[in-house]
Design a protein around this ligand. Structure first.
Ligand code: FES
Length: 578
């Protein structure tokens, strides 16, 4: 029934150290709580639950959190807890530059230290926009207090001219049509009006929907929470249920360390593959696992990818959107479809097991959630490639690429940075053919810095006009989970630290073979050695501040891009209260 099997007493609560002992400091804590209008009965002897809220006026994905946090608090009060809202960095994917990935670890640190420094017994983590989910969970895993993740929920379907629009995916698609001249500027602005018509996170199977589903499969949300559209009245009901449940978890002392195991991360990876989810999830799941002390690496993803078919028929790999997925039965139904491969004994925040949580789940629309013997993609939704261009690995999403590019060789066209690419990609005199392999480097964790989502390199305009819609592209950056195409990503080590990607030159032949899981450049070893001798590291982008610290401590993509000093290790001491 509990984390350790024993129900806690009020004097066992962490907050008791702030409120329950006599002394001058306690007087300060009591009087200042009372300053906010609370009476002793409101908080004494009750679990203090932090509601970590990533709302902001510039995060449309979390725009409903101002209201939702009240619904979480309602549940906490109902169950006899004391709610305290703690605002945290919002990380709006579209607005934060150069990339939210630069700040994922910043938010993770903020969450961990918010929880550590305050009189917190348990936490509700409110997030959903791409990096907020892994960041909130990484911080909570490291602090290891009872915690539930409350997903923001996807926004409603987009609409334009009778077409259903999906976040990101249709923006990329119609941007190419605009550049090819097949839609007008007026059409483009109408698409702008219709593609994001409610609060909530992106409603394709992008990084947000992938990561909230991963959080659920890991056991860190209440069952079914990740699929509920943000604007559906089931969402506030779920928020209140989370509030009630977290109070019980505080008494049970059910912590992330009691839930997260190698088996629960395997469940998360199986879920990721069955969804045809975002490549970004690979980085985030490795980071979360290593915070939890689970030694996860890229090869585990490739192994599981070969075993699990894609059964979610969701864009960008499939046809439908998250609203359809919810009506089809949601993640509970998908997990029930792939239950044979899951470890159903893994614990979840419900206090029960994953098997118990999905018991009775049904699929209502088999065209959206397919059976495992009728998948939209047989196996290998994501593939891990290695070779002389990526000795530490890179990833690709074959399910979202034209099949002819799964095995391809062509001459490289190399761009040293994104600014150069942007300035030249649409030139009419660009020497490029459909067989060319576009290469972008210095776009990794250190190089860009922060590893932005530049990996879906734009197709050159002259080829778009000729009808080309996919090409082989290779980079050390990431791509949005809503993106698609034959994009080889996360090449490690990255070019900025001297990875082999730094040595490739325009005209070198690059060869990819997804079935063989290989990525190589056809350049003789002695020539590569000569190029390495001549290579010079680019100057560091930041000389001071957070950026300088980031560059000193960021790990490579295959290691999860966490800071080296934040990995699991010796417990951090509790703060002294004098
Ligand atoms: Fe927030 Fe896509 S922009 S989830």
């Amino acid at each position: 029934m509990s984390g350790q099997g024993t129900r806690r007493r009020p004097e066992d609560l962490r907050s008791h150290r702030w409120f329950g002992v006599e002394g001058l400091r306690t007087f300060g804590h009591q009087s200042r709580i009372k300053q906010m209008g609370y009476a002793r009965d409101d908080y004494m002897g009750k679990p203090l639950v932090a509601v970590v809220n990533t709302w902001s006026d510039i995060n449309p994905c979390h725009y409903h959190f101002k209201q939702r946090v009240e619904e979480v608090k309602r549940g906490i009060w109902q169950a006899g807890g004391f709610p305290v809202e703690l605002p945290a960095m919002s990380l709006a994917e579209n607005f934060v530059k150069p990339t939210t990935m630069l700040y994922r670890n910043f938010l993770a640190m903020e969450v961990e230290e918010l929880l550590r420094s305050h009189p917190v017994d348990a936490a509700v983590l409110m997030g959903g926009c791409d990096k907020t989910t892994p960041a909130l969970l990484m911080g909570a895993i490291s602090m290891d207090l009872p915690a539930i993740f409350l997903p923001a929920g996807p926004m409603l379907r987009g609409n334009w001219a009778g077409e259903v629009l999906g976040s990101g995916s249709d923006a990329w698609k119609y941007w190419d049509e605009l550049r090819a001249g097949t839609i007008s500027e007026a059409d483009w602005h109408d698409i702008e009006d219709g593609i994001a018509r409610s609060f909530g996170h992106c409603m394709t199977m992008g990084t947000a929907a992938t990561m909230t589903a991963v959080a659920e499969a890991m056991g860190m949300t209440l069952s079914g929470a990740s699929s509920i559209p943000a604007a559906d009245s089931n969402h506030p009901r779920m928020a209140t249920a989370v509030g009630r449940r977290i109070v019980e978890m505080a008494w049970e002392d059910l912590r992330p360390s009691h839930i997260l195991t190698a088996a629960s991360f395997d469940n998360a990876i199986r879920c990721l593959m069955a969804l045809g989810g975002s490549t970004n999830a690979i980085i985030h799941v490795i980071a979360m696992a290593r915070r939890a002390g689970v030694d996860l690496d890229l090869d585990r993803f490739d192994t599981i990818a070969r075993q699990v078919p894609v059964v979610a028929n969701l864009r960008p790999a499939g046809e439908y959107l998250m609203e359809d997925f919810y009506y089809a039965g949601g993640l509970r139904a998908l997990l029930a479809e792939i239950a044979d491969g899951l470890d159903l004994d893994c614990r979840t925040v419900s206090g029960a097991t994953l098997g118990g949580d999905i018991d009775g789940a049904r699929t209502f629309k088999p065209e959206v959630i397919r059976a495992t013997d009728d998948p939209i993609y047989g196996e290998g939704s994501l593939a891990v490639l290695r070779g002389n261009l990526a000795p530490d690995g890179c990833v690709m999403k074959p399910a979202a690429a034209e099949a002819r590019l799964h095995r391809h060789a062509g001459p490289a066209l190399v761009f040293d940075d994104y600014a150069t690419l942007k300035a030249n990609i649409d030139r009419d005199d660009l020497e490029v053919t459909p067989d060319t392999v576009l290469v972008l480097r210095n776009a990794g964790p250190q190089g860009a810095p922060g590893m932005p989502e530049w990996g879906m390199l734009p197709i050159p305009k002259k080829l778009l006009r000729a009808g080309v819609r996919d090409m082989l592209r290779v980079s050390d950056s990431r791509m949005s989970g809503t993106s698609y195409g034959a994009c080889v990503l996360h090449v490690a080590p990255e070019a900025a630290i001297g990875g082999p990607l730094a040595l490739v030159r325009t005209g070198d032949v690059i060869r990819v073979d997804v079935a063989a899981r290989s990525l190589d450049m056809e350049v003789a070893a002695d020539e590569l050695a000569r190029r390495r001798q001549a290579w010079r590291a680019p100057p560091p982008p930041y000389g001071r501040g957070y950026g300088a610290m980031f560059a000193r401590h960021i790990q490579q993509a295959n290691d999860g891009c966490d800071f080296d000093f934040l990995l699991a290790g010796d417990a951090t001491p509790e703060p002294a209260i004098f």
